[in-house]
Design a binder for this molecule. Structure first.
Ligand code: HDE
Length: 764
C-alpha cells in the first residue's frame, strides 16, 4: 500500500491535503463535539449522532419518530458513496487526462454530484415562504364525544403526534423573522384515522371574504412587481392601495397594525383556525366550531423599534428562539380551545359566521379548553421536514367538517394544487413528513416520484380479482360529509354575490380597537402612521384614513395627526348604511395584555454585562437564579473570551455587545466593579444597549457602580428615581440589598414589558 500511494500523483488522500493529524482537524470517523451553551443540557437525537444536538424523542409522545426512522441517514463511521452506493475514493479532484490535462466527460462521480447540486432548490411557497417547524404532540383533556368523533378527542390523555410550522406571509424564504406581518400557525395531526391539517394564523380574522380576491391581495402585498421592493414589509403603496379600496379588510388591518404582528416568540402568540368549521359526532349531528390555540407562556410581543433592530442583528430571531427553547427543554406549549355553537345560534348573531373577516366574541360563545399541544422536538433536517411539509386545508378526518365559508372553499382547492407544483407532482403525500401514520390504500397510481410499490394487477374498484379490495369503508368508518341543507332562496339560483351581513365592514374593527388597552391603541395608531407614511401617493393615505373614520374617529384622528393630514377626509361611503348593533361593545380577551401567561420566565434571554474588573459574584448569582427558572443569562462583554474579575477569578464572556446587541435580550443586568464600569462606559455599545432596553420597556437591573452608566446613556437619575418608584422595571440595587433587587428583577422579567416608561416620540 505504501508503495502504491507513493507512485500516485499528488494529494491522493484527504489526510494528506488537509493534514488530519495536525491536531486541528479530526481524523475521519470522529465528530467534533458541538459546544452547548444552552441551559438544561441536550441529548443526541436517537441513534443519529450527527452534529444536531436534538432532543431525544419521547416514547409514545413522538410517534412520528418511528415512521421517519426509515429514512433518517446517519453517516457516522461511513465512507462517502455515490447515489448508487458506490464508494468514492477521491472527493477532491475531478477526473482529468494528466494533472494539467482536460477534465473527462466520463467522470460520473463529478457529474452526479454537480447535477444533483444544480437541482437542490425547489420553488418557495407562494405565501408563507419563510417558516420554522417543530415536532410535538397533542394531548386531549376530556373525551369530546358529545360533539365530535374525531380521533384526537376520543379519550382523556390520548396523545396524537403533530408537526407544526410557523411562518410569516409576505417575505421570501430567506427574509427576516421580525417583519410586521401575520404569522402562519399550521398544525398537522397524524391521527389514527388519517392526517388532519389545521392551517391557521395568529390572527382570528382575514383580509378578504372570498377566495376570488386572494390572488389580488397577495399581489398587492408582495414586493412590487416592477422593482421587487419592499421585502418582508407591507408598508408600500400597492398594499395600502388595495386594502383602502377593500373596506372588508379594515378589521384585519386593526389586528395587523397591533403588536400581534410582531410577536416576541412563536411560543408567545395565539393561533386560530379562522374559519367556522363543523364538529360531527357518531350520530352524525354537527355543531359549528372555531379553533383557538393559546400559549401557556402568555401573549407577548416586541415593540416596533425593537423589531426593526432585531431584523438586522438576527434575521433568524424567531427560528432561533424556537430551536433554543426546544433544545433547552423549555417546550412551547399551547392550549387548544373550541367555541361551539349551533346553526340556530349562528342565525341570531349580528354577523355572518361564514365571513372570515368576523370573529365570534368570547362573551357570546366562551372558549372551551379541550387539550394541549407541546412542541418538544426539533426537526433533524430543515429541508426534508420543514420545507417539504405540505399542509392542506382539504385534509380533514371523520368528525371534522367544513362550513360554507367561501374563503375556506377556495383554500380547500388551493393547497393541494400548490403542492403539486411546489413539490413536483401528485405524490407529495408520500414524502416522509407528509405521510400519515395509518396505512394508505387506494387505486391512485403512478405519477412523478412514486414510492409505493403496489402489488397485483388490480388498480380499480369494484373488482373481483382482488377480492373487492381495497373496499369502501362505509359510513360507519369512512368520512361522510355533513348533509347540511343550503338555505339559499329558491329564486336565487347560481349567483356571484355575498350574503347581506358580509356588508358590515366596520363594527368588529371598532370592537377590536375599543377592546385594546391605551398602550395597545397607541401602538396601533403608530403602526398606521408608520406604514402610511411610507406610502408615496397622498390619495391612498387619505382613502385609508377616510375608511378608518368609519371604525374609530379617535384612531382616524390620531393617524391623520401623525401624517400631518388636516383636515380629515370625509368618511368613506359605507356598503351598509345602517350601523349594526353588536352583541358586545368591548371584548377584553382581544387585548394581548389580557393573557400574561403562567408568570414564569422560561425561555427568556438576559444579557449580563461584564468587563475586566467586574464584581463577578452578583452577576453569576443572577445567572444561576435565571437558570433555575429556565431562563438563559449570557455573559456579554466588550469582547468574547475570558477576563479577570475584581476578586481575581476569571469570567468567560460568551457573547459581545457587538455580536449580540442589547435589544436581542429580554432584560439586561449592569454589573458592579469600578474598573469594569469604566471599561463599559468607554464602549459606545453599552450606552446603546441601555437606551434600547429603556426605550423598549424591558427590565433592567443596575448593580453598584454601574448606576453611572445610566447617566452616561442619557437616562437622567431624577427620572430613574421616579421610574423605580413607579415600578417600571428599572431596578437600581441599593448597597447590601442585591438579593431583593435580583428578586424584583426576575419579577419584572416575568411581567415582560413596562410600558409606563414608554414615550412617543421616545425621550431617550
Ligand atoms: Fe393560505 N395558502 N390561503 N391562508 N396559508 C398557503 O399553501 C390560500 C389563508 C396559511 O406552513 C399556500 O402550501 C388561499 C387563510 C398558512 O406550509 C397556498 C387563501 C389562512 C400557510 C395558500 C388563503 C391561511 C398558507 C402557499 C384564500 C389562515 C402556510 C403554500 C382563499 C386561516 C402553511 C402552501 C405552511 C399557505 C392559499 C388564505 C393560512 C397558496 C387561496 C385565511 C398558515 O395554497
Amino acid at each position: 500500500v505504501q508503495s502504491m500511494v507513493a507512485a500516485m500523483p499528488h494529494n491522493q488522500t484527504k489526510a494528506e491535503e488537509h493534514g488530519f493529524d495536525n491536531g486541528i482537524n479530526p481524523p475521519p470517523g470522529h465528530a467534533v463535539e458541538p459546544p452547548s451553551r444552552l441551559v438544561g443540557g441536550s441529548t443526541l437525537s436517537e441513534e443519529n449522532s450527527s452534529d444536531k444536538v436534538g432532543t431525544a424523542a419521547l416514547d409514545g409522545l413522538n410517534a412520528t419518530t418511528e415512521s421517519l426512522d426509515r429514512v433518517r441517514v446517519d453517516s457516522t463511521g461511513r465512507a462517502l458513496t455515490t447515489n448508487q452506493g458506490v464508494a468514492i475514493a477521491d472527493n477532491q479532484n475531478s477526473l482529468k487526462y494528466g494533472v494539467r490535462g482536460p477534465a473527462l466527460l466520463e467522470d460520473f462521480v463529478l457529474r452526479e454530484k454537480v447535477t444533483h447540486f444544480d437541482h437542490e432548490r425547489i420553488p418557495e411557497r407562494i405565501v408563507h415562504a419563510r417558516g420554522s417547524g417543530a415536532h410535538g404532540f397533542f394531548e386531549c383533556y376530556q373525551p369530546l364525544a358529545k360533539y365530535t368523533k374525531a380521533a384526537p378527542f376520543r379519550a382523556a390523555g390520548k396523545v396524537t403526534p403533530v408537526f407544526v410550522r410557523f411562518s410569516t406571509v409576505q417575505g421570501e424564504r430567506g427574509s427576516k423573522d421580525t417583519a410586521r406581518d401575520v404569522r402562519g400557525f399550521a398544525v398537522k395531526f397524524y391521527t389514527d384515522e388519517g392526517n388532519w391539517d389545521l392551517v391557521g394564523n395568529n390572527i382570528p380574522v382575514f383580509f378578504i371574504q372570498d377566495a376570488m380576491k386572494f390572488p389580488d391581495l397577495v399581489h398587492a402585498v408582495k414586493p412590487e412587481p416592477h422593482h421587487q421592493m419592499p421585502q418582508a414589509a407591507s408598508a408600500h403603496d400597492t398594499f395600502w392601495d388595495f386594502v383602502s379600496l377593500m373596506p372588508e379588510s379594515t378589521h384585519m388591518l386593526m389586528w395587523v397594525m397591533s403588536d400581534r404582528a410582531i410577536p416576541r416568540s412563536f411560543a408567545t402568540m395565539q393561533g386560530f383556525g379562522v374559519h367556522t368549521f363543523r364538529l360531527v359526532n357518531e350520530q352524525g349531528e354537527s355543531v359549528f366550531c372555531k379553533f383557538h390555540w393559546t400559549p401557556v407562556a402568555g401573549t407577548h410581543s416586541l415593540v416596533w423599534d425593537e423589531a426593526v433592530k432585531i431584523s438586522g442583528a438576527d434575521p433568524d430571531y424567531h427560528r432561533r428562539d424556537l430551536w433554543e427553547r426546544i433544545e433547552s427543554g423549555n417546550y412551547p406549549e399551547y392550549e387548544l380551545g373550541v367555541q361551539i355553537f349551533t346553526e340556530e345560534q349562528a342565525e341570531e348573531f349580528s354577523f355572518d359566521i361564514l365571513d372570515a373577516t368576523k370573529l365570534v366574541p368570547e362573551e357570546l360563545v366562551p372558549v372551551m379548553p379541550v387539550g394541549r399541544m407541546v412542541l418538544n422536538r426539533n426537526p433533524d433536517n430543515f429541508f426534508a421536514e420543514t420545507e417539504q411539509v405540505a399542509f392542506c386545508t382539504a385534509q380533514v378526518i371523520p368528525g371534522i367538517d367544513f362550513s360554507n365559508d367561501p374563503l375556506l372553499a377556495g383554500r380547500i382547492h388551493s393547497y393541494v394544487d400548490t403542492q403539486i407544483s411546489r413539490l413536483g407532482g401528485p405524490n407529495f403525500h408520500e414524502l416522509p413528513i407528509n405521510a400519515p401514520l395509518v396505512q394508505v390504500h387506494n387505486n391512485q397510481r403512478d405519477g412523478m416520484h412514486r414510492q409505493a410499490i403496489h402489488r397485483g394487477r388490480v388498480n380499480y374498484e369494484p373488482n373481483s380479482l382482488g377480492g373487492g379490495c381495497p373496499f369502501q369503508a362505509g359510513a360507519a368508518q369512512g368520512f361522510v360529509s355533513v348533509p347540511a341543507r343550503i338555505r339559499a332562496d329558491e329564486e336565487q339560483g347560481k349567483v356571484r354575490a355575498k350574503p347581506e351581513k358580509f356588508a358590515d365592514h366596520y363594527t368588529q374593527a371598532r370592537l377590536f380597537y375599543e377592546s385594546q388597552t391605551p398602550v395597545e391603541q397607541c401602538h396601533i395608531a403608530n403602526a398606521f402612521r408608520f406604514e402610511l407614511s411610507k406610502v408615496a401617493v397622498p390619495a391612498i393615505r387619505e382613502r385609508m384614513v377616510a375608511s378608518l373614520r368609519n371604525a374609530s374617529e379617535e384612531l382616524a384622528q390620531k393617524v391623520a395627526d401623525g401624517l400631518g393630514m388636516n383636515p380629515l377626509p370625509s368618511p368613506l361611503p359605507r356598503a351598509l348604511p345602517d350601523p349594526v348593533t353588536p352583541e358586545v361593545q368591548k371584548s377584553p380577551p382581544l387585548s394581548l395584555l389580557a393573557r400574561p401567561g403562567d408568570g414564569t420566565i422560561k425561555g427568556r434571554k438576559v444579557a449580563l454585562l461584564v468587563a475586566p474588573g467586574v464584581e463577578a459574584a452578583a452577576i453569576l448569582r443572577v445567572q444561576a437564579m435565571l437558570a433555575e427558572r429556565g431562563a438563559v443569562g449570557r455573559l456579554v462583554g466588550p469582547r468574547i473570551g475570558p477576563m479577570p474579575a475584581a476578586n481575581g477569578d476569571v469570567v468567560d464572556a460568551d457573547a459581545s455587545l457587538e455580536n449580540e446587541p442589547g435589544f436581542l435580550f429580554d432584560g439586561i443586568v449592569l454589573p458592579d466593579g469600578a474598573e469594569a464600569v469604566a471599561a463599559l462606559a468607554q464602549d459606545g455599545h453599552t450606552a446603546e444597549s441601555i437606551k434600547d432596553q429603556f426605550r423598549h420597556c424591558k427590565p433592567m437591573l443596575v448593580l453598584g457602580a454601574s448606576r453611572q452608566l445610566l447617566t452616561h446613556a442619557g437616562i437622567p437619575l431624577a427620572m430613574d428615581k421616579s421610574l423605580v418608584q413607579g415600578g417600571t422595571g428599572l431596578i437600581v440595587a441599593e448597597p447590601g440589598q442585591e438579593d431583593s433587587a435580583i428578586a424584583a428583577f426576575i419579577d419584572a422579567l416575568a411581567k415582560h414589558r413596562h410600558f409606563g416608561r414608554e414615550m412617543d416620540p421616545p425621550l431617550v
